[in-house]
Design a protein around this ligand. Structure first.
Ligand SMILES: Cc1cc2nc3c(=O)[nH]c(=O)nc-3n(C[C@H](O)[C@H](O)[C@H](O)COP(=O)(O)OP(=O)(O)OC[C@H]3O[C@@H](n4cnc5c(N)ncnc54)[C@H](O)[C@@H]3O)c2cc1C
Length: 632
């Protein structure tokens, strides 16, 4: 027997103005329970409306561009009775897709008999290099509670933490056919990166760039006048970017049948994680666990953290107001990016850095143009080799005192932003119950397969060490998922690019001159100044620089650095060239489009080759033995 059933738009909560942006099915299609039928988008998020049961689509009632409300019919399904019975379990699993309900989504009970349970993990491991090792490790790991009658059936993979490492691992594992649970303590997926890191900071940096580009063009004949900043709208826009991305992750988790379990997870044994959620505790037994619990802000002692005028990066990204004066403690990437935002919005910025240079780890010739522009253009005051020795909260402001050879006198600030680094969360996951080795800083050591000392527990992202960057986390996440599925993957990236999205941007990858000199590594440098770049000049900018470091005997590219607008995008070519073992000639002879900033990479290689014509260099004879070069 079959019957026809209407599928309706579920409760959309407070959200209105919801539009259909994609129709995922057509009449005649067969769908399973949980398959998406249409994708809706509000100003807060995008979401799929899943089919509650399996069946055949008879009619689709919505089209792209339609506005919808709770209860509207999305499609009509023909449902077989037997299929319907299975479908009711699907109903129970579905997370309400309503935007308004997202934050408080009652979580899915995943105890649906799952065809994949028992597959994938052990069976797949048989073909993996580390399969036996993992099986032994399960025996070796602290026994704790063995999966018992009270526990849910074991997951192939439980991922702890939903940042760029965790969600990537969960999605890849699901795509490989594994049964996956993704544990996250916060209401939205995406971790630090999407919620309080990369994405909101880049949205605000884009706003800063718009302000600065407009202002700097006044001297070239187009004067927009003073910008009027509506902080509420700017904040809302930034939040909409974040919501759209984090909402997209929830949709993709649903599309892949990844069960999102909300709550704080802790190991209780080598096979079990306990999750303390808003709806009570749950235990998740796993064959593999991927720890992606990330890192947290380091809080400088001696600073009155209970005063709301003291900010960490998360507080600064909230953009509550634009203080007249802001002290930024820490001249690393995060401190300087946020200094750029607030300077563009009108704050008077003072930066203090404990070390003797900004952006530690980056070559000084790349930092110099940034430091100069921060001072000359944005009026930023920079104090290097300076320590904040104390901060006292007063009625009129925060009184800061400093130590160091060039330390400024004590001074009052409206706000203080502390951006002195991040600390891994290895000390907060009950690692000892699983027998996991955590070092004194909170890191978990991993091998190239992302396995910890307990081989069926893998770890990825910030919790595994430096550099703490989203793209490292997500690449490691794929490896961990593939290893969990029994594939012979390993994380063998030669290089990981670093980018400061400041104005100008600074990006570097592979060998730096600083490292080469410290380690006595042989290299030869070739630089191309952007003052000779047609594209850079036509953008009204000339301070940039592209430099490449080559191995003198083989002419192979070892590293590179770029400072200038869009350096963060340009550095990918350098990274690829290193991964591909390119020689200078490979880069120089690759035809780059003109006029582009990307030409500067080819021109730097031409400088090394002695073939550059866009600069005048007294070149010596072109040589293939690496001994005689015109580079410099
Ligand atoms: C202001 C700022 C700007 C940044 N900009 C960039 C950038 O432009 N580019 C870049 O590459 N990197 C940037 N980063 C760094 C980047 O955000 C991190 O490297 C990245 O987020 C690390 O990813 P992850 O998956 O390791 O962990 P995280 O993103 O830290 O995610 C970990 C997740 O695990 C959850 N979690 C932790 N413990 C538990 C638990 N016990 N139970 C349940 N859930 C738990 C957390 O709530 C969190 O959601 C920035 C960071 C900041 C702070």
């Amino acid at each position: 027997m079959s019957e026809r059933r209407d599928v309706r738009v579920p409760d959309l909560g407070e959200v209105d103005d919801v539009t259909v942006i994609e129709v995922l099915v057509s009449p005649g299609d067969t769908v399973s329970a949980e398959d998406g039928l249409v994708t809706l988008e509000s100003d807060k998020a995008s979401m799929d409306v899943p089919s509650p049961v399996a069946g055949e689509i008879v009619e689709v009632r919505l089209a792209v561009g339609d506005s919808v409300a709770t209860g509207d019919v999305v499609a009509v399904l023909e449902v077989e009775e037997t299929i319907e019975e299975q479908g009711s379990e699907g109903d129970g699993r579905a997370e309400p897709p309503a935007g308004g309900a997202r934050a408080a989504a009652p979580e899915a009970e995943e105890a649906v008999g799952d065809a994949t349970a028992g597959e994938g993990g052990d069976a797949a491991e048989g073909s993996a290099e580390g399969g036996d090792e993992a099986a032994q490790a399960e025996e070796r790991a602290p026994a704790g509670d063995k999966p018992g009658a009270a526990a849910e059936s074991a997951w192939d993979v439980v991922v702890l933490g939903s940042g760029p490492g965790g969600y990537t691992a969960a999605f890849r594992a699901a795509d490989l056919g594994l049964r996956v649970a993704l544990v996250e303590r916060y209401p939205t997926l995406g971790g630090v990166c999407l919620n309080v890191g990369c994405i909101p900071s880049k949205a605000l940096l884009h706003a800063a760039r718009v302000i600065e580009d407009a202002a700097s063009f006044a001297e070239n004949g187009i004067d927009f006048g003073e910008p009027e900043v509506d902080l509420d709208r700017l904040r809302k826009w930034k939040e909409s970017v974040v919501d759209r991305l984090t909402g997209g992750l929830s949709s993709m988790a649903r599309q892949r049948s990844v069960d999102v379990v909300r709550g704080e997870g802790r190991f209780v044994s080598g096979q079990r994680l306990e999750v303390d959620g808003v709806e009570g505790a749950r235990t998740l037994d796993f064959r593999h666990c991927i720890v992606a619990a990330g890192s947290r802000v380091v809080r400088l002692p001696g600073v009155p953290w209970d005063d709301e005028r003291v900010l960490d990066s998360t507080g600064a990204l909230e953009l509550r107001d634009v203080p007249a004066s802001l002290l930024v403690v820490g001249g690393g990437i995060i401190g300087l990016e946020l200094a750029t935002v607030y300077a563009a919005l009108g704050s008077r910025i003072t930066v203090v850095e404990l070390l003797d240079g900004l952006l530690p780890g980056c070559d000084r010739d790349l930092v110099r143009p940034l430091a100069k522009r921060l001072v000359d253009r944005f009026g930023v005051e920079i104090h290097l080799s300076t320590k904040v020795s104390g901060v006292v909260a007063g009625a009129e402001g925060l009184e800061a005192t400093f130590e160091g050879v060039a330390a400024p006198d004590p001074r009052r600030f409206d706000r203080i932003l502390v951006a002195v680094g991040r600390r891994p969360n290895g000390d907060r996951i009950g690692a000892e119950s699983a027998g996991l080795a955590v070092d004194e800083r909170g890191f978990l050591a991993v091998d190239r397969q992302q396995r910890t000392n307990v081989p069926h527990i893998l770890a990825i992202g910030d919790i595994t060490g430096q550099p703490m960057l989203a793209h490292r986390a997500s690449h490691q996440g794929k490896v961990a998922a593939e290893v969990s599925a029994g594939e012979p993957s390993s994380f063998d990236a030669r290089v990981i690019p670093s980018v400061a999205y400041t104005d100008p941007e600074v990006a570097w990858v592979g060998l730096t001159e600083t490292d080469a000199e410290r380690n006595g590594a042989a290299y030869r440098k070739a630089s191309f100044p952007w003052a000779a770049s047609a594209r850079s000049l036509s953008m009204g900018r000339s301070e940039g620089l592209t430099k490449l470091l080559f191995e003198p005997k083989t002419n192979r590219l070892l590293g590179g650095g770029i400072v200038g607008p869009n350096a963060g995008d340009l550095i990918s070519e350098v990274a690829l060239a290193i991964e591909m073992d390119c020689e200078a000639g490979d880069i120089a002879l690759t035809v780059h489009p003109h006029p582009t900033l990307s030409e500067s990479v080819a021109f730097a290689a031409e400088v090394y080759e002695g073939t550059v014509t866009d600069l005048y260099r007294p070149t010596r004879a072109r040589s293939r033995d690496g001994g005689d070069r015109g580079g410099g």
